[in-house]
Design a protein around this ligand. Structure first.
Ligand code: MIC
Ligand code: SF4
Length: 646
């Protein structure tokens, strides 16, 4: 029986477990990436493990999220990350060099290698045939220390592409179509493997848009084959030597097949407030807009930007619209500056932002009250833009630029003939913003520089004998990590200070939650399906840990968040019968007796007693050997320390 591409790469990296669907496997990690908003914590965790030099083939730290230095905090974090990387063998991509996923694809990714990153959009690397997975910072720290990364052996979905995109229809419309069909939880436990005749019609940046936003499906990752198109892209980056051909066997067996005729797709938009709320232009109808933002790790490649410049050429942005553009990397920005496209954008009235995440994570450019904003980004969760009643639509760069000129959501197919904009044969290469680490001889003399906002990892303790506490919060379905631990310009500077950031935990849903939970001392949270979807931020587990959350009981979890809860020593529980969700309310007193003994004994079904109502609720606590030991130890940090001391 033939193998899928995913299986080939996973098999070549397997270090623990067996290839049985649904069971846990450990894989060797070749490369890691971090970004600054998750990086400070990840490197504090790395330091706590006491491994002098990273053991990966290449680890890179990017500064791209918190570049709005409204106070000393972010600058201190950046200085810390720069120095800690220098000491321990990590390459440091300085602020200004660009968004981690864009730069990693351009300069460091290698087909067939494994990459984990402390950012959920790490699967961008699947655009050149990597197994690239988003993970919590602690998992990345462990991988840098040479430890395996654990995932559930996934279901593998064949996304069979046929035909060719019509003029003005974009790679963004492909991933929006997948989201429309299978929803934000349709990819949980799965890898989306793109195959078929249509693949060769898509350039690497187009493929990367698709694998990037595959994160919104909840998928473990997404991957394209590495073919002649990949070779040409890497060659144009002066990296032709790292190319290898990689594809699935012809007789590979998949768990599911999704067929997409690229030629049948039309421009679409994800409507507020979920990336899977996808409609075509006719369904949305006439929509007046206030703002357009172009950029982010999904759509800020050179080709995307050149299309935007073409559309804007000689025109003026509608007076009622603010257009902001953030090219994805220094390479892209530099090439636009050299060939005049940047001047075209400026001339049309675009507000040029630095090459960073910017408005995508609420770092500036919050829309006006109730404002309608079209963005080429990947997430439109409630409040993420910084304006709670902002109405965010996710669209392609072509749709965004066309709309910026008219002031209304505009179908780019009305623009007339489409220009032929190709991936260049040679990109402008200059890695002068990537600082190499100190040599082995020099590393001991490097001083790690810490600022006053950098506080240690919160206190952990081994799992208690029994849990008896109240429900401090009950929430519904599809709760995102942007609900649990909001980001944005005010809160992101607190990422390295868990006591301070925890004061904002869940405030999007309930302003009083942090105070209530802290007063309760210990408590549990109850939620619905797909709890914790979205980002990889472990702060969505560390802040609850700090606030005394002992368990989270939900209908189902998103993958990375569940792993982060386990890493933080918080019990992840799911209802055996989803209807029991109605049997538990905020404020109820609950008990889970002998929880430690039961988990130690390998029991996977426990009972939550609702002492307020008298009902008994069966719940699942599915922990395998390793995750069980992590929970018993009080989290991954304690577990890793225990392992290293052995
Ligand atoms: C995001 O897009 O939500 C982020 C900000 O990049 C996060 C990481 C973070 O919260 O620091 C992600 O996607 O993992
Ligand atoms: Fe940055 Fe946005 Fe991409 Fe997250 S999704 S890495 S915030 S650009």
């Amino acid at each position: 029986m033939g193998l899928t591409l995913t299986e080939k790469i996973l098999k070549a990296h397997l270090v623990d477990g067996e290839f049985v669907k649904g069971s846990e496997i450990g894989i060797r990690i070749d490369q890691t990436l971090t970004q600054d908003a998750t990086g400070t914590m990840a490197y504090l965790e790395y330091e706590a493990m006491g491994v002098p030099r990273v053991k990966t083939e290449k680890s890179v730290a990017y500064i791209d999220h918190n570049t709005l230095q409204s106070g000393f905090e972010n600058a201190d974090d950046h200085r810390f990350i720069g120095s800690v990387c220098k000491k321990h063998g990590v390459y440091f991509s300085r602020p200004g060099n660009g968004i981690c996923h864009q730069v990693h694809l351009e300069r460091f990714g290698i087909p067939g290698k494994t990459l984990i990153g402390s950012d959920s959009h790490t699967p961008t690397g699947g655009g050149i045939g990597m197994i690239a997975i988003g993970a919590g910072g602690l998992d990345v720290a462990v991988a840098m220390g040479g430890g395996a990364y654990y995932i559930t052996y996934p279901q593998i979905v064949k996304v069979n592409l046929t035909g060719k995109l019509s003029d003005w229809v974009s790679a963004k419309d492909v991933i929006l179509e997948v989201l429309r069909r299978i929803s934000v939880k349709g990819g949980v436990g799965k890898v989306m493997e793109y195959c078929g005749e249509g693949v060769k019609t898509l350039s690497v940046p187009e493929r990367a848009t698709i694998t990037n936003m595959g994160a919104e499906l909840g998928a473990t990752t997404s991957i394209f084959p590495s073919d002649e198109v990949t070779k040409a892209f890497l060659k144009a980056q002066d990296r032709g030597d790292v190319w290898t051909e990689l594809k699935a066997d012809d007789d590979a067996v998949y768990d599911e097949v999704i067929d997409i005729d690229l030629g049948a797709l039309v421009p679409q938009a994800a409507c507020p407030h979920s990336p899977d709320n996808v409609k075509n232009m006719d369904e949305i109808g006439k929509l007046k807009i206030d703002q357009v933002c172009i950029g982010s790790c999904t759509n800020s490649s050179y080709v995307d930007m050149m299309k935007v410049a073409y559309i804007l050429k000689g025109k003026t942005v509608d007076p009622s619209v603010s257009l902001a553009i953030a090219p994805g990397s220094k390479q892209v920005l530099n090439m636009l500056a050299s060939n005049g496209a940047l001047a075209t954008m400026i001339d049309a009235g675009a507000r040029i932002l630095e090459s960073a995440c910017g408005p995508c994570i609420g770092m500036g450019q919050a829309p006006n009250s109730g404002g309608v904003s079209l963005r080429t980004f990947n997430r439109n969760f409630l409040g993420r833009s910084g304006t709670k009643d902002g109405q965010i639509y996710l669209v392609s760069p072509e749709t965004a630029a066309a709309s910026a000129l008219t002031g209304y959501l505009t179908d780019p197919r009305t623009l007339g003939e489409m220009p032929k904009i190709e991936v260049p044969e040679q990109f402008k290469i200059n890695d002068n913003m990537v600082v190499a680490p100190a040599s082995v001889e020099e590393m001991d003399s490097v001083e790690v520089l810490r600022g006053p906002n950098i506080k240690p990892y919160p206190e952990t303790a081994p799992l208690v004998e029994s849990i008896a506490c109240q429900v401090s919060l009950k929430v519904g379905d599809n709760i995102t990590t942007d609900h649990i631990m909001p980001a944005g310009a005010k809160i992101l500077p607190l990422r390295s200070n868990i006591p301070a950031i925890s004061q904002h935990c869940f405030t999007v849903c309930d302003e009083d939650f942090p105070r209530r939970a802290k007063n309760m001392g210990k408590s549990i949270i109850v939620g619905g399906t797909n709890y914790g979807q979205g980002s990889s931020r472990e702060h969505a587990a560390l802040a609850p840990l700090y606030l005394g959350i002992k368990a989270v009981l939900v209908k189902s979890f998103a993958r990375i968040h569940r792993a982060n809860l386990i890493n933080a020593g918080i019990l992840p529980l799911t209802f055996v019968n989803e209807a029991d969700y109605d049997k538990i309310s905020q404020g109820d007193e609950i008990a889970i007796d002998n929880v430690r003994a039961d988990i130690e004994a390998g029991k996977t079904q426990l009972t939550v007693k609702n002492k307020t109502t008298g009902s008994e609720i069966p719940v699942l606590c599915e922990l395998t050997g390793r995750t069980k030991d992590i929970i018993l130890a009080g989290g991954l940090l304690d577990y890793t320390r225990e392992q290293l001391s052995k």
